[in-house]
Design a protein. Structure first.
Length: 265
């Protein structure tokens, strides 16, 4: 999806015309991200989740450090989200992975800032009734990348035969929910240390959801990053320290459930 500069909406061009940028790709959504000196432009096919991202970011303004939405526009089947650029370091940077306690403290700060925002005020419902419908759409549309999941999830030696089998299990084992304001994809690359202030990015699934949606994905991301899941081994993941710093008594069934749910996204 390489859009020439003159294909961008005129409203976007008024801000970024002739400005240099670098391009990165984000996840499996087909999004293209252009990083400018002071702005970030996210371009992706029109969807409910990209619309939600802009709305949720606006909702968080002034409540928790996030990029500022400069402009959101849909044109010719594409969504364009122009936002300010955060200046900081991701929590998956070596300096934090080399100091797990500091890493967990900064992540915990984000969680508790989110949980302090009344969920009833959220502009979107990301509870299981909605997320399971999204998961079903992904399964029916053959959008689940089975090659990009935990090896123990699918296949002859996995817990589930295929995404359809997992979806049925998730529906049949839906847990009770403790609804809070949730980021929806709280992994380490989405948390920034900006000069001592902890900020977050990337909110397609932000909204009112169970608190374990964030705890589970933060747990998985921290464990994978520390224990060499992305190359370098830093240290054994200290579960007790993780939950002590988060001030959370672990519900391991919910952690398992929400990690499995994420396999369908």
């Amino acid at each position: 999806m390489n859009r020439e500069i003159n294909e961008l909406p005129e409203s976007i061009l008024k801000t970024v015309r002739h400005k240099p940028y670098e391009v990165t790709r984000v996840g499996l959504s087909g999004a293209e991200v252009r990083v400018y000196e002071n702005f970030v432009l996210k371009i992706q096919p029109h969807s409910a989740t990209s619309v939600n991202e802009a709305a949720f970011m606006r909702f968080l303004q002034g409540k928790i450090p996030v990029p500022e939405v400069v402009l959101f526009q849909t044109q010719n089947g594409m969504d364009y989200l122009l936002m300010t650029r955060l200046r900081g370091r991701m929590l998956c940077s070596e300096e934090y992975l080399s100091n797990p306690k500091t890493l967990f403290e900064k992540a915990a700060k984000v969680l508790h800032m989110l949980w302090a925002i009344p969920a009833k005020d959220c502009p979107s419902d990301m509870s299981l009734s909605y997320k399971l419908r999204l998961a079903e759409n992904n399964v029916v549309g053959n959008l689940v990348d089975v090659g990009n999941v935990n090896p123990s999830t699918f296949g002859a030696h996995g817990r589930f035969k295929n995404p359809e089998h997992l979806l049925r299990w998730l529906i049949d084992n839906k847990p009770a929910e403790d609804i809070v304001t949730s980021h929806g994809d709280l992994c380490l690359p989405n948390i920034f240390d900006c000069g001592g202030e902890t900020a977050i990015i990337d909110f397609p699934y932000g909204g009112a959801a169970d608190r374990y949606c964030d705890i589970a994905l933060l747990y998985r991301s921290s464990k994978d990053n520390l224990q060499g899941g992305y190359g370098k081994f830093y240290s054994k993941f200290d579960e007790k320290l993780f939950f002590d710093v988060l001030s959370v008594t672990p519900d391991r069934d919910k952690i398992d459930y929400y990690i499995l749910l994420d396999e369908l996204f």
